[in-house]
Design a protein around this ligand. Structure first.
Ligand code: ADP
Length: 464
């Protein structure tokens, strides 16, 4: 099995392969084209000489004797330099004329030519010849004319060119190899930078970002994506760190209270009544703590994605009723009237009954806690075009408009001192928001400071 090569080496090899193929193809094509054009020049020359012989034969007196014809042909052959490679035979196949120079080569008479031209290239010891054979009938006599031209010189030039090409293969390929290597190195440099950055990234320097390459290409997108990933990790990590810090901070207060109450009480012997009061204090702090820990656990499970809901058709009206009953003791203690308008018929929605009840408890509990004694809270459920609308409205202190977007954040409290007194750690609404989102529901808030707040949850009705 071939071991996977690094991408840079593979790119270089591909580049080299493609370059070598192109070079070989181009070289071969060049060589063939050159040979063809050299041959064409030689063939044109031969054809021009053939026409000369033809014209000479036409001019020759047909009644004259053979020696005269031979003399005429010899003269004609000697007319132009290199034009003396000529042989002519008569209709019976006997030589009428062979120039001295062509005789040495002993070229056979072209047989069964019919009419027309034929080109041959023959390699003879010490010489290569291009031969043009033609048969022609002049004044009723049939002649076979053969003309030859040496091609050795042209072939030698082609050969040298061929060797030049072959000889340049190695240096050219070495150069291509070096260029390919350099290019792949250059192209992959940003990848190298990302690898290095990823290797060096630890939880403590998630704020680092890679420098973006100038070109708007794939590597820039990769760098961008990597930076975005770092940003998301950074945000999550900051959130987790903050959550841990806030949670510890919130837990410290009740623990400190429990401890100081116990220490103070134990300092010297006391009456039974004093012990009871101290224990009641400790119990209330412990309750607050277990509530807080419960909320923290829920949010931790939400973050881990392990908080699961099981959906069924639930009657929203009776869930709201149950939630109100749970908050009854607190309302009673603060002498707050909780008014309910019960719908005439059940309004069904798909949801997790426990989670939805918790959502309603959070809203009703807040409404009671942030409403001064003697106030009132109004609960309503109604069906409106496909939605089940639950409203929790109070006559309480209200929420300043600029903080409305913040109240769903974890640990956010409009007035920390007051909330602490009221018993909240600022987690209720963030849990409420998660429950609503998990149900595909929305929560809207309308509030006027000093007059009251109204929370509205819109759930999808089932079957609607
Ligand atoms: P907490 O546990 O502090 O109540 P929440 O997340 O439930 O935390 O609420 C966040 C903040 O929103 C509260 O501290 C309070 O300032 C404000 N808030 C929530 N509900 C009401 C309401 N009905 N009236 C006035 N303020 C509210």
């Amino acid at each position: 099995m071939m071991k996977a090569l690094p991408i840079g080496a593979r790119l270089t090899l591909w580049y080299l392969g493609i370059f070598a193929l192109t070079f070989a193809g181009y070289g071969t094509a060049m060589l063939l084209a050159m040979r063809a054009s050299v041959d064409a020049v030689i063939d044109d020359e031969l054809r021009a000489r053939l026409q000369g012989v033809h014209r000479m034969l036409e001019r020759f007196d047909p009644t004259a004797s053979l020696p005269m014809l031979q003399e005429e042909l010899r003269e004609h052959a000697g007319l132009r330099p290199g034009g003396d490679l000529l042989q002519v035979s008569g209709p019976d196949g006997a030589w009428l004329f062979q120039s001295r120079s062509i005789r040495e080569y002993g070229i056979a008479r072209a047989s069964a030519m019919g009419t027309g031209l034929r080109y041959d290239t023959v390699g003879l010891p010490g010489q290569a010849l291009r031969i043009l054979s033609a048969s022609m009938t002049v004044s009723g006599t049939e002649y076979t004319v053969q003309l030859a031209a040496p091609v050795a010189e042209a072939r030698a030039i082609l050969g040298r060119f061929q060797w030049l090409l072959i000889g340049s293969v190695l240096p050219v390929l070495l150069l291509a190899c070096a260029a390919g290597f350099w290019m792949s190195r250059r192209a992959l440099a940003p990848v190298q930078a990302i690898t290095e950055a990823a290797r060096l990234t630890t939880a403590h320097d998630l704020s680092r970002r890679l420098e973006l390459p100038k070109s708007a290409d794939e590597l820039r997108r990769l760098t961008d994506t990597f930076n975005e990933m770092l940003a998301r990790l950074d945000a999550s990590f900051t959130q987790i760190t903050r959550f841990t810090a806030d949670a510890s901070h919130e837990l410290r207060t009740p623990v400190a209270l429990v401890r100081s109450t116990a220490e103070l009480t134990l300092r010297h012997p006391r009456e039974a009544q004093e012990y009871r009061e101290a224990l009641a204090e400790i119990l209330s702090e412990a309750e607050r703590m277990s509530g807080l820990i419960g909320n923290l656990l829920t949010l931790a499970r939400v973050d881990a994605g392990s908080e699961t809901l099981s959906f069924e058709d639930v009657d929203i009206g009776s869930l709201l009723h149950q939630a109100a009953s749970r908050c009854e003791p607190l309302a009673h203690a603060k002498q707050i009237r909780v008014e309910r308008t019960a719908p005439g018929e059940p309004i069904l929605a798909r949801g997790d009954p426990r989670a939805l009840e918790r959502l309603f408890v959070i809203l009703i509990d807040n409404a009671i806690r942030y409403t001064p004694e003697g106030g009132r809270v109004r609960l309503g459920v109604e069906a409106s075009d496909g939605a089940a609308r639950v409203t929790v409205a109070d006559s309480g202190i209200g929420i300043p408009a600029d903080t409305i977007p913040l109240i769903f954040e974890r640990f956010y409290r409009v007035d920390p001192a007051r909330s602490r007194e009221a018993g909240g750690a600022g987690l209720g609404l963030s849990i409420a928001r998660w429950i609503a989102e998990a149900h595909g529901a929305s929560i809207h808030v309308a509030s006027t400071p000093g007059e009251g707040s109204a929370f509205e949850v819109r759930l999808r009705r089932s079957g609607a």
